[in-house]
Design a protein around this ligand. Structure first.
Ligand code: FAD
Length: 312
């Protein structure tokens, strides 16, 4: 992940600035503000701003006149209660704003989360950088034979080298053609004065989906948790999961009690259907239950056994 000297300077200035405020601040998140958390080969996540803390969730839940916080264990208990019982609005009182640099094909997944405010870098206005996501060899997997939305074994040897070569070559060739169509004299090339060049908003259509884009992404804590519960999950594609994992670090720094409750009641929790619960009850009473006659399909049975850490 490369930053220009001017970008480093801007970040250093932002980190050095101080503002006086009556609002609560969170020292652990303040320490992360504006810092780059590298993700993938050229991507990153940075926390740009935030509002609220654990106390703001409690304050809103109690509709209090002041900070609304009581003994730390009471506040923690309230947050855990709210999370357990899926109360959402107290968590909506906190907000966070990220700057994210990510490949376009991951941005397409991310943008499906509609409950955020987004402002994306404009490739109508600016020329995109020559930066493409090329997976690490360990992520270069074949199509999964059992999961149509997943990966199987990692490609090896010549096949892996060939795929990496195609990814690099296609991205580079398309980018070269992008610059040629723009004809703006980018990257030290001479502008061809005999041509006018194609508009930026059109030339970009030739870029590969692994080109990087950037946006500011702001959301409230409730919707951030929803995003993280889907995208930090093992079913999410690796390339978006690594962004969610970086954001989890900022969550832990920002609202430690909410993070702990989220980990316990959402990330580490499972949902059992009525039939699944019935199977668990029968097993607990010592009955030998088989998939046949359990009321569960073979797939549901496998999922339940995996949740219970038992052989299907
Ligand atoms: C593992 C995985 C696989 C996926 N596969 C596919 C796929 O194959 N194809 C595909 O198209 N998508 C796919 N998605 C995207 C998925 O269907 C959702 O669009 C995405 O996760 C955003 O979720 P959301 O709508 O809950 O989030 P948000 O848009 O942030 O919305 C949050 C919540 O707000 C409410 N809400 C927001 N907008 C509306 C609205 N207009 N009307 C009613 N309620 C609303 C809903 O309760 C929603 O759950 C996949 C997602 C994951 C995590």
């Amino acid at each position: 992940m490369d930053l220009t000297e001017a970008q480093r300077q801007e970040m250093a200035e932002a980190r050095a600035a101080r503002s006086e405020t009556r609002r609560p601040t969170v020292p652990a998140l303040e320490a992360m503000l504006f810092e780059v958390m590298p993700v993938l080969d050229h991507g990153f996540v940075r926390v740009i701003d935030y509002m609220g803390d654990d106390g703001a969730v409690v304050q809103a839940a109690r509709v209090s006149y002041g900070r609304g916080t009581k003994a730390a264990n009471e506040d923690r208990g309230l947050i855990r209660y709210l999370m357990r019982h899926r109360h959402s609005t107290p968590f909506e009182m906190c907000e966070i704003k990220y700057h994210v640099k990510l490949p376009i094909f991951i941005a397409r997944q991310w943008i499906r989360h509609r409950t955020a405010n987004v402002n994306e870098y404009s490739a109508r206005y600016s020329v995109l950088d020559r930066e493409f996501y090329i997976p690490e060899p360990s992520q270069l997997a074949a199509q999964s034979a059992i999961n149509r939305q997943g990966r199987g074994d990692v490609l090896e040897g010549e096949e892996a080298a060939h795929v990496l070569n195609l990814l690099r070559q296609d991205a580079m060739t398309n980018y070269d053609h992008y610059l040629e169509m723009l004809n703006e004299g980018e990257e030290g090339q001479m502008r061809d004065e005999s041509r006018r060049g194609l508009a930026r908003e059109l030339a970009r259509m030739n870029l590969t989906l692994n080109s990087y884009t950037q946006w500011y992404w702001k959301t409230d804590l409730h919707n951030l948790l929803h995003f993280l519960s889907l995208r930090a999950d093992s079913h999410a594609q690796y390339e978006i999961r690594v962004y969610a994992e970086a954001m989890m670090k900022s969550l832990a720094a920002w609202v430690p009690s909410v993070y702990e409750a989220f980990r316990d009641y959402r990330l580490g929790a499972v949902t059992l259907s009525a039939q699944m619960l019935e199977v668990v009850k029968r097993k607990l009473s010592g009955e030998q239950v088989e998939q046949k006659g359990s009321g569960l399909s073979a797939r549901e049975w496998r999922e339940l056994m995996s949740m219970l850490g038992q052989e299907g």
